[in-house]
Design a protein. Structure first.
Length: 452
């Protein structure tokens, strides 16, 4: 199939909601906050659980990659479904999968620590236990239904005018990072009780249940089906009959494939950047908790404070700061600046000096705070309205593929290089910095020739 011209499609379609109808951002921001809160509660001690059940940093990375592998499969499908059947239904499906995954997580913590078999790696001997197997199943289930981020991004694009997208994507990111502030702090408090890690996981399950109720009863649909072509006036009875109920012809009903997505202008480059950004971040997210526990001898509380501090600064940057500067600087300028700050932060993380690590936190949070919302804003603009869910889904798949590589390679490489592993994401963000400059310079030159 071929991708229809987006401008012509917009003129021929009838939009019943979206930017023409005011839709409150509160429900989608709340869902994003709740989702991140649930995940971030277990982030500080997941590495501790994996090690206790017989794993190491490599097993920890593989467990993270399991989620990403199944998300690689599920995200494009869920993104396409959200274009066809509406964002709300798919968000509900995704959140239900997360809820069931937390139940499996609780089961893993409660059953006996039964050894299945032992095997050797370059880092030493590993045990595969029954709780670890169930944890892998939990991450797989959460991953295959894990299209909530891409569908949430598509939802936000549906209800936001183009001029406000950078600001609203900043609000979305700030809501998520507010969860990162509260979640690790809750982990430290709840994990210190006699129930240990079980109580934070129960809390994550209940939080996921709350998200299901918010989506089901508070969130309006942002992408109801739309007419993609004029209806034959001789069949007016059909309009008021069953075919109106089924929305006659769905604009998103034709499923768009990966090759079709690659034909959209600028999308291949954006998917490449999405891949590289996630690759760099996942090297960090798998290596730093291991580094903090094994090399820096940080406690669970201190690791929780570290992630809470990152989240707190991100909320400040992506909330009030980005709102003030979003109209003064372009998506490209903020993406370029943020990528450079991120590169510098990872180089600082390669030191064992806690002062350098703290400075790295400031640069990491500031760079991420202005780069990621600006990048998502630009991606939503080049994706267009009709295939927003599909493009966001394939972008999530690019991120998932990068996560698989980054999490497994990050765990393996940290076992070999230790703290020097953080140089890899630093170099990756220098590459992203250079690619962004090249892209926007070429784009500006091209537009100047057209306008000239």
């Amino acid at each position: 199939m071929s991708v229809p011209d987006r401008d012509a499609d917009r003129m021929n379609s009838v939009k019943t909601t979206g930017v023409n109808a005011p839709v409150s951002l509160f429900p989608i921001l709340l869902v994003n906050f709740i989702g991140t809160l649930g995940y971030s509660i277990i982030l500080p001690f997941l590495i501790i659980i994996v090690i206790r059940f017989g794993g190491d940093e490599l097993m920890y990375g593989i467990m993270g990659a399991t989620y990403s592998f199944f998300q690689l499969i599920g995200a494009p499908l869920l993104g396409n479904w959200s274009d066809m059947y509406g964002r709300k239904k798919i968000l509900l499906l995704s959140q239900a999968g997360t809820f069931l995954a937390w139940i499996l997580f609780i089961v893993a913590l409660l059953i006996p620590d039964t050894e299945l078999f032992q095997f050797s790696t370059l880092q030493g001997s590993l045990l595969l236990t029954l709780p670890l197997v169930i944890l892998f199943f939990a991450r797989a289930l959460d991953g295959i239904t894990g299209g909530n981020v891409s569908v949430a991004n598509a939802y936000l694009a549906d209800v936001t005018e183009e001029k406000d997208r950078k600001r609203n994507f900043g609000k979305m990111a700030a809501a998520a990072n507010l969860g990162f502030i509260i979640g690790p702090a809750m982990a430290g408090v709840l994990g210190a009780t006699v129930l240990g890690e079980l109580l934070p996981v129960i809390a994550a399950m209940l939080i996921s249940l709350i998200a299901i109720f918010v989506i089901a009863f508070i969130m309006p649909e942002s992408n109801p089906c739309r007419l993609s072509e004029l209806v034959d006036d001789k069949r007016i009875n059909k309009i008021f009959g069953q075919e109106l109920k089924d929305c006659y012809h769905l604009t998103g009903a034709e499923k768009i494939g990966f090759k079709d997505v690659l034909r959209l202008r600028n999308i291949p480059f954006m998917l490449l950047l999405y891949f590289l950004i996630f690759l760099a971040f996942n090297f960090f997210y798998v290596a730093f908790p291991v580094h903090a526990v094994q090399s820096l001898n940080w406690s669970l509380l201190k690791l929780g404070v570290f992630f809470s501090l990152i989240g707190f600064i991100l909320v400040l940057v992506q909330g009030p700061v980005l709102s003030k500067i979003s109209d003064k600087f372009t998506d490209g300028m903020l993406s370029i600046t943020g990528s450079l700050l991120l590169a510098m932060s990872f180089f600082l993380f390669s030191s064992n000096n806690e002062l350098f690590i703290f400075i790295g936190v400031l640069l990491f949070s500031g760079g991420n705070g202005i780069m990621w919302p600006s990048f998502l804003s630009y991606l939503s603009k080049v994706a267009g309205q009709k295939y927003q869910g599909a493009v966001q889904g394939y972008a999530s798949s690019a991120g998932s593929l990068a996560s698989i590589i980054g999490l497994i390679a990050g765990g393996f490489i940290y076992g070999l290089l230790g703290v020097k592993t953080f140089l890899i994401p630093g170099l990756l963000f220098l590459l992203i910095f250079g690619l962004l400059i090249l892209f926007f310079v070429i784009k500006k030159s091209y537009l100047s020739k057209i306008n000239g």
